[in-house]
Structure formats: structure tokens, C-alpha cells
Write a new protein. Structure first.
Length: 259
């Protein structure tokens, strides 16, 4: 029994030692994969914090097991295509307080359906490709951007989850309709369907063109009638100025007809 107890004790010690060794390897591996200037920690998954790291672009060596990613308060200006495509466990993505102006069409490919929170607030985004947020399930924060309200933005917001809440926080810096500038997008969209404006503008242009042609035709007809009247008056005056002579009955009839 003493040998068995000794063997069990040693086995347990070996298991604990092996477990500690494995954890050390995992921690060292995670730390070694952490992007430069970022801090990585484990809390319900891998959290990668790159806040205030003076980053000018999104790191391309992000660990695939990243669950929470904080890239806020940097100098990032764009979100390239498929930059997050390998982060299949990503649930939270914070890109607020940067200088983002451009979001490529496939920027969120690979994470659109797993993201739960996407923060793009306090950037310089004026417009995005109409497919940029396709299949995005996350609750998006896109307030405090200089949005240009047009048909594309209307289509983008309609395709997003919780679009009513998102649209209500979007303020039109500029708009295809000047009267909507400075107003919440939701109010602007309720006032007018921004995707129908080009067609309406075309209809108005056609109407104005047709009215212009009609006016030209009427003007020409009026001018033609007046010109003929003037010619007839001159002709009559010319006839009156001819030396008087005895007119035959048939000649008098001819002159009356001309008048």
C-alpha cells in the first residue's frame, strides 16, 4: 500500500507539473503572437488591446483566436478588404476615435456574422460602399461621422441589424437635399426616399424640356402669324399706292379677297 500511495503521489505531482508546463507554453505562445504595441490577455477568450498605440493601420498579425479587439484612439485611416477574415471568433471590434475615411467593400468579410458589437464612431467616414456591411449582425455604432446622406447610405442602413437605432444616431453633415444637412438621417429618410430622387429629377428635366419645346413652337406660330399679317398689310399699302385707274368689277373682287 505504501508503494501504491507513493506512486499515486508522484503521478499527481507529475500531472500538476505537466499541466503547469502546458499552461506556460500556451501563455508564452499567446504572448509571442501579440501584435507589437498591443496587450493580450485571456478572459473568456483572447482579448487584444491596441488602444492608444499610435497605429497608422490595422495590424495584420492578429491572433486567430482573438475574441475582443480594441483598436480605438489610434491614427488608422482605412479598413482594407478581408483584414479580419481569419478572426472567426471575433465578437467585439472597437475602431472608434481614429481617422477612418475609407471602408472597402469586403472589409468585414469573415467576421460579419460573428461580430456582436462594432464601434466606428468618432471617425471621418462620409460614405461607404453599399455592400460594406452586408450580412453584418453586430450592433453598430457609427455616430459622430461627417456622413453624406444619399441613396447609398439609405441602402446600407436598411441592410444592417438594428438599423432604426443606427439611423437615428446618424447626422447628415451633407445631403443630396440641402434641407437635410444637419438633421438626423432617420428624419431625412422619412421626408423623402433618397433612392427615388434621380428618377424624379429626370422626370422634372423631361417636363422642363417638353415645356421649353412647346413654348418654342407656340412662339414660332405667333411669330409666323404676325409676320404674315405684316406682309399682308404692306401688300395692301402697296396696292393703295398704285396710280388710280378705273377698276373692273373682277379686279375689285380680287383686291378684296387679298385683304
Amino acid at each position: 500500500m505504501h508503494l501504491v500511495d507513493l506512486w499515486l503521489t508522484r503521478s499527481l505531482s507529475m500531472c500538476l507539473l505537466l499541466q503547469s508546463f502546458v499552461l506556460m507554453i500556451l501563455c508564452f505562445h499567446s504572448a509571442s503572437m501579440c501584435p507589437k504595441g498591443c496587450l493580450c490577455s485571456h478572459s473568456g477568450g483572447l482579448n487584444v488591446s491596441c488602444s492608444n498605440a499610435n497605429l497608422k493601420e490595422i495590424p495584420r498579425d492578429l491572433p486567430p483566436e482573438t475574441v475582443l479587439l480594441y483598436l480605438d484612439s489610434n491614427q488608422i485611416t482605412s479598413i482594407p478588404n478581408e483584414i479580419f477574415k481569419d478572426l472567426h471568433q471575433l465578437r467585439v471590434l472597437n475602431l472608434s476615435k481614429n481617422g477612418i475615411e475609407f471602408i472597402d467593400e469586403h472589409a468585414f468579410k469573415g467576421v460579419a456574422e460573428t461580430l456582436q458589437t462594432l464601434d466606428l464612431s468618432d471617425n471621418r467616414i462620409k460614405s461607404v460602399h453599399k455592400n460594406a456591411f452586408n450580412n453584418l449582425k453586430a450592433r453598430a455604432r457609427i455616430a459622430n461621422n461627417p456622413w453624406h446622406c444619399d441613396c447609398t447610405l439609405q441602402q446600407v442602413l436598411r441592410s444592417m441589424a438594428s438599423n432604426h437605432e443606427t439611423a437615428n444616431n446618424v447626422i447628415c453633415k451633407t445631403s443630396v437635399l440641402d434641407e437635410h444637412a444637419g438633421r438626423p438621417f432617420l428624419n431625412a429618410a422619412n421626408d423623402a426616399d433618397l433612392c427615388n430622387l434621380p428618377r424624379k429629377t429626370t422626370d422634372y428635366a423631361m417636363l422642363v424640356t417638353m415645356f421649353g419645346w412647346f413654348t418654342m413652337v407656340i412662339s414660332y406660330v405667333v411669330y409666323y402669324v404676325r409676320q404674315n399679317q405684316e406682309d399682308a398689310r404692306r401688300h395692301l399699302e402697296y396696292l393703295k399706292s398704285l396710280p388710280s385707274r378705273q377698276k373692273k368689277p373682277d379686279e375689285a373682287d380680287d383686291i378684296s379677297t387679298v385683304v
